[in-house]
Design a protein around this ligand. Structure first.
Ligand SMILES: [Zn+2]
Length: 120
């Protein structure tokens, strides 16, 4: 029985740092100084924003059947979702997964998305 990822939205204090609900690590996307640097814990399924995934775990790739795909193929997959990466990551069905969606207010309407799941 696969349940879809449970969503939490941040719309007012959207800029608050996001911490893993299972171990407390502060997770971050790419560092603006070193864009290759990602902080993710072992529970992190993904870190994404509206135009790209910054981090995808092996569990995410397995769950969304992205194994073996090129970055271009992965992008083509989420672009098929009318809500883009936000909609695509709502289809994650890893057990007890939690997603935090942080939306900057319009007109920027920029979203950041973090997914976590406990390890069995
Ligand atoms: Zn964690």
């Amino acid at each position: 029985m696969s349940q879809l990822i449970q969503r939490t939205e941040l719309k007012t204090v959207y800029y608050t740092p996001v911490h893993c609900p299972f171990c407390g690590v502060r997770v971050m996307g790419a560092d603006p100084v070193d864009e290759t640097r990602i902080t993710a814990c072992s529970h992190t399924l993904f870190i994404a924003h509206d135009t790209a995934f910054e981090y995808r775990s092996a569990r995410l790739d397995e769950n969304l059947q992205l194994d073996g795909m090129t970055e271009q193929e992965v992008e083509a997959r989420w672009m098929q979702d009318e809500r883009g990466i936000d909609g695509f990551t709502d289809t994650v069905s890893v057990a007890d997964a939690i997603k935090v969606a942080a939306y900057a207010p319009s007109p920027s309407a920029y979203g950041s998305y973090y997914g976590f799941a406990p390890i069995e």
